[in-house]
Design a protein around this ligand. Structure first.
Ligand code: NDP
Length: 471
């Protein structure tokens, strides 16, 4: 539905010769030279960016500048650094294969039972948003269950069974990086081939005629194998995100092994990120309606990003703390905990308020009052006029994207837990600021096209995007 707006939406043809309207989100229809250059840059260099961060920790105690200085001054060469890098090992391949297969089994073959006994949790078979071609996919929402089973087994192993050391992830971190890259590229290549040879929903494909752009941003909207195995939900929401908390636990175990104790900063990072991950699984049904699932096609950006970028770069704080065991003073630790919790509260409540408002069509209470809204309309590609409402109460009356602001506050808290010794653990807040600011601008561009004058009325009523009075 969302991608079918008529404002400024010229028609193009897909390979079936069928005219389609151009959307304002997700991948583009025509590639300008800047986008193409960025795509080729990312395809070539993103794996090396990830490698650089992980190598900097492994060989240079998490200094981002020393490797460059060493190379520039001749103290080290690229060949030296590469020679010291652990290669892929049979053990890592076994571990990774076992991990991904286990998540496939939990995702595909274990229908959700959590929704039967957890009050308020919405799981089991759920519907996604309507795709541009009018398809409504069904999903088996069982991520919370997969997370719980995986973590139960992890703790059973750590405290009872001792099949493997809890430091196993840290100990194989670089060999596992090669495995994650192989899967990331393999799944993206498979998705590209599949989109031409056996697409799931041919009408929902988007092409540009540019190979690199198609490969990166994806052609198919919701590629599937069989009725239930959905690539976008599986890769977005399983091997990387379920692993996130396990990776942190493994880093904490390594701290314990190396120093005989776990620092309060490591506990903070583990707890705050676990809240964020658990929130994702608790709200997986809501997630089916977010921009990620509703507008992005499945290509390298999601396939490789979910396999490599997310588990390796979102966990840099825990990795850093293995090399630099920061013990925060109590006031600092409490301050960071509060920042993380308040950020999480704003993030969750803002998302909840919008969801509640849209689900009940405004028949609800927000901050104890009947919500105020701006009535708006838009015309879909088939010429039909639709009505919608933009909430201007609660957090949505304070700024237009306070859910992003809350997310950024939480992200800052993880980074601050690492102290001020190095830049590396601050990568996350820098990256999230760029990601969410760009996302905010892209979303507003889409909404401005969709709602036209009504959007102008909304921005006049709620003038700021992320920070009231500033931006
Ligand atoms: P939003 O949940 O903010 O959704 C934006 C859409 O909501 C708009 O396109 C519009 O859609 C609708 N909308 C906008 N303003 C209003 C309003 N005032 N009232 C009612 N509806 C409105 O964006 P995302 O899907 O990007 O984000 C969801 C969450 O995921 C965020 O909290 C974000 O922080 C988080 N996130 C986290 C990432 C990570 O890597 N950790 C990455 C990306 C997101 P419509 O066309 O329906 O009007």
């Amino acid at each position: 539905m969302a991608s079918k707006f008529q404002h400024n939406t010229p028609k193009t043809k897909n390979p079936n010769g069928k005219a389609e309207s151009q959307g304002q989100w997700g991948r583009a229809w025509e590639v300008d030279w800047f986008s193409l250059a960025s795509v080729i840059f990312l395809l070539l260099f993103a794996p090396f960016i990830v490698y650089y961060f992980i190598m900097a920790c492994d060989q240079y105690s998490c200094s981002l500048t020393t490797p460059i200085v060493d190379i520039a001054t001749g103290r080290a060469s690229l060949a030296d650094i590469w020679a010291k890098t652990p290669p892929v090992t049979a053990k890592a391949v076994q571990l990774y294969t076992l991990w991904v297969s286990f998540q496939v089994v939990l995702y595909s073959w274990l229908p959700d039972f959590c929704h039967r006994f957890l009050p308020g949790y919405v799981g089991g078979v759920q519907e996604g948003a309507v795709t541009p071609a009018g398809v409504v996919n069904k999903y088996e929402v069982n991520g919370l269950q997969a997370w719980l089973i995986t973590h139960l087994l992890w703790f059973l192993n750590a405290y009872l069974l001792s099949w493997f050391s809890p430091t196993i992830i840290f100990d194989n971190w670089i060999p596992l990086l090669w495995c994650a890259n192989i899967l990331g590229y393999a799944v993206s290549t498979f998705a590209l081939i599949k989109s031409y040879l056996f697409p799931t929903s041919a009408e929902d494909r988007k092409f540009t005629g540019n190979f690199f752009y198609n490969y990166m941003m994806g052609i198919e909207f919701n590629p599937r194998i069989g009725k239930w195995f959905d690539f976008k939900l599986f890769f977005n929401g399983r091997p990387g995100i379920v692993a996130w908390t396990l990776i942190n636990l493994s880093f904490a175990a390594k701290q314990q092994e190396l120093y005989g104790h776990v620092t309060n900063s490591m506990i903070l990072v583990n707890v705050l990120q676990a809240i964020y991950v658990l929130d994702f699984f608790w709200n997986e049904t809501w997630y089916l309606k977010t921009i990620d699932i509703c507008h992005d096609h499945f290509g390298w950006y999601l396939g490789w990003g979910d396999c490599v970028w997310l588990p390796y770069l979102y966990t840099l704080q825990g990795l850093y703390l293995v090399y630099h065991p920061v013990q925060l003073s109590t006031p600092n630790a409490v301050g960071i905990l509060l920042l993380g919790l308040v950020g999480y509260y704003i993030f969750r409540m803002a998302n909840h308020q919008k969801d509640l408002f849209r689900r009940t069509d405004g028949r609800c209470l927000i901050w104890g009052k009947k919500p105020k809204a701006i009535e708006c309309s838009y015309t879909s590609a088939d010429g039909q006029k639709h009505h919608s409402k933009l909430l201007v109460s609660g957090f949505w009356g304070v700024a237009r994207h306070l859910n992003y602001t809350g997310d950024l506050m939480g992200s800052l808290a993880y980074c601050l837990a690492c102290g001020g010794g190095h830049l590396l653990p601050y990568f996350y807040i820098i990256y999230m600021t760029i990601l969410l600011t760009h996302r905010c601008l892209r979303d507003e561009h889409r909404c401005a096209n969709k709602y036209g004058r009504d959007w102008e009325r909304y921005t006049a009523t709620v003038p700021y995007r992320l920070l009231p009075g500033i931006f």
